[in-house]
Design a protein around this ligand. Structure first.
Ligand code: ZN
Length: 83
């Protein structure tokens, strides 16, 4: 599966830069390198409801959500207290 850690980048659906994305599709081109499509969590959940969604999408969304919880807790904790 994926390496541990947040999968930050641009959502393939809303084009917004996000810290946590879920894999929503494997693009098979037949010739040349294929690719992977990553979406932010709201878009991924939305996509999961469509008939285009792969049957493993629940796993990648769950993984991204777990990463978000684990990493945002660490990164977005209380700001440094004033001296
Ligand atoms: Zn999005």
């Amino acid at each position: 599966m994926q390496a541990e850690g947040p999968n930050s980048g641009t959502c393939c659906r809303c084009d917004l830069p996000v810290r946590h994305r879920a894999l929503i599709a494997i693009i098979e081109t037949g010739s040349g390198p294929g690719g992977s499509a990553y979406a932010c969590l709201p878009c991924a959940r939305d996509y999961a409801k469509t008939s285009l969604a792969p049957d493993w999408i629940g796993e990648t969304i769950a993984h991204a959500e777990a990463m978000r919880l684990a990493w945002d807790e660490e990164d977005d904790g209380d700001p440094a207290p004033p001296p």
